[in-house]
Design a binder for this molecule. Structure first.
Ligand SMILES: Cc1cc2nc3c(=O)[nH]c(=O)nc-3n(C[C@H](O)[C@H](O)[C@H](O)COP(=O)(O)OP(=O)(O)OC[C@H]3O[C@@H](n4cnc5c(N)ncnc54)[C@H](O)[C@@H]3O)c2cc1C
Length: 468
């Protein structure tokens, strides 16, 4: 016997939760189905032995979107300032105002005196991108009431970024909607508006908003039974989506350290982009990686680790130190660090398949720690209390993201959706009647602000179609 719900949303990441809350605020009762045991998707925080860590995004960029969304949903959540530092070798600057771009330019010119023209070009691109972001997410944002002009301001929600999904979950409960966790959707009969979760529960809907992995969605879709034009549109999109790849993934090392927050605060802000060597990674590493993958059967593990070592030494690290933003994020006199860089999903898949993932995990963790200890944190190595990692396979398995992608589709191939940032309204429509979509697979480039925007658009459409 199927449970009927007028609106079902699949995926309780930031897009599913914000679409659901937006609809619930207008009187709708929603069923939200989530495969994981907790909500939030790539926006999540957790505590281990008193240390607060963020498992996905490290801080939230308001972008004229997050604060107004919380206000509109009547969620009062303390948002602490989250400042950013940029560093290369021993030069570290704070990136907290428009003037920071000039400081960044000076820093780059000092580090690369023979490339001042190239540096000027890079700075020009960054400045142009900033203006684009302001136009897109600035005070004229039509999506939320009362948007204030505070673009590119980063915030750290008290209790970690996961406090945002937690607040949305609470709000949804207050509004009488239902969230079912541990309910992975494994079958979708779109023609008959029916879903099945992995425990065999059956649900029917009038309107469905899909806020989870798009490849998983299209693997379940059967175009038979629809009229010819609809069928042809479904098949065309299905082929495009299923032959596409997710964007890069990330490898993260979590560290609990017996060093006071001041030690780290004297070096950088709580969100720190750091490149230990001015040589940088460049394109060479990608070519070498492609070569490693192409000749995998003959892999010489010693040569591989030598490549990995230079990858760790030359890379740019995103380092987040929650206790510098929220003083309750670590036990007294200690600090937790979340250290990561972009990492290839296919490489980790092959290592695991060949049975040496644990060895790899040990080696890469040591290399990351050694690199940071030899550059920016000389005292780090002797003060580590415990550490653990999460790689692309973890993201793929726990959050259901194809290829462990963290921001939707890969830029290296044609993007399989024909809607970019400037025509998002089209993006939330699917070729399948009564099914809408939102989130990181809906527009490109994707990220937290566009997830919230598409969620709001999908919610508005469903609300309108159900007769306001
Ligand atoms: C380390 C990291 C750093 C990031 N940094 C930034 C940044 O600086 N700026 C920025 O804008 N963005 C950043 N992002 C990206 C941003 O966090 C994501 O794009 C965004 O959170 C995606 O939200 P979503 O709701 O679309 O998808 P998800 O978070 O993937 O949520 C989808 C949900 O659906 C569930 N699900 C999947 N399959 C099923 C199924 N079959 N049935 C039921 N449920 C299912 C999943 O468990 C998950 O909870 C970062 C992400 C990471 C991981």
């Amino acid at each position: 016997m199927a449970e009927h719900h007028p609106i079902i949303i699949v995926g309780a990441g930031i897009s599913g939760l914000s679409a659901a809350t937006s609809l619930a605020m207008r009187g709708h009762k929603i069923l939200l189905l989530e495969k994981h045991s907790t909500c939030g998707g790539l926006v999540n925080s957790f505590t281990r032995e008193g240390f607060l860590f963020d498992g996905g995004i490290r801080a939230v960029e308001n972008a004229g979107m997050v604060k107004p969304m919380l206000e509109e949903l009547q969620i009062d959540l303390p948002l602490l300032p989250s400042n950013v530092s940029l560093g290369i070798e021993d030069k570290i600057i704070k990136a907290d105002s428009k003037e920071s771009l000039a400081a960044y330019e000076r820093m780059l010119k000092e580090l690369y005196p023979d490339s001042t023209e190239d540096v000027a070009k890079v700075i020009k691109v960054i400045a142009k991108f900033d203006i684009y972001m302001q136009v897109l997410f600035g005070s004229d944002s039509p999506f939320f009431k009362d948007v204030t002009r505070d673009v590119r301001d980063y915030h750290y929600p008290k209790g970690g970024v996961g406090s945002i999904p937690s607040a949305l979950v609470q709000r949804l409960g207050e509004l009488g909607s239902t969230i079912k966790t541990g309910a992975e959707v494994v079958h979708l009969d779109a023609l008959h508006h029916t879903l099945l979760d992995e425990k065999g529960n059956r649900y029917t809907y009038d309107k469905l908003i899909w806020c989870a992995d798009m490849k998983h969605f299209y693997r379940m879709i059967n175009a038979e039974g629809y009229s010819d034009p609809v069928k042809s549109n479904i098949v065309t999109e299905q082929e495009k989506i299923l032959s596409s790849r997710g964007a890069e993934s990330v490898f993260t090392l979590f560290l609990a350290v017996d060093l006071p927050p001041k030690y780290f605060g004297n070096i950088s802000e709580g969100h720190f982009f750091y490149t230990p060597s001015k040589q940088g990674l460049g394109q060479l590493h990608r070519t070498e990686l492609d070569n490693i993958l192409a000749t995998w059967e003959q892999l010489d593990r010693t040569a591989f680790y030598s490549w990995l070592e230079s990858f760790c030494r030359l890379n740019t690290y995103e380092i987040s130190i929650p206790v510098l933003n929220d003083s309750d994020a670590a036990p007294e006199g200690k600090a937790g660090l979340v250290v990561s860089f972009l990492f290839d999903h296919e490489l980790t898949r092959r290592i695991e398949k060949d049975g040496w993932y644990n060895e790899f995990e040990q080696r890469i963790s040591t290399m990351m720690i050694d690199t940071l200890a030899e550059s920016v944190y000389p005292q780090l190595k002797d003060h580590i209390l415990f550490s653990f990692t999460a790689g692309p396979l973890h993201i793929e398995r726990t959050r259901g993201c194809s290829e462990g992608a963290i921001v939707g589709w890969s830029f290296e191939q044609d993007i399989p959706i024909d809607a970019g940032m400037l025509n998002m309204k089209k993006a939330v429509l699917t070729p399948i009647p009564d099914i809408y979509r939102a989130g990181q697979w809906t527009v490109s480039p994707a990220g937290l602000p566009t997830c919230i925007m598409t969620a709001k658009m999908a919610a508005d459409l469903v609300h309108k179609e159900l007769g306001e």
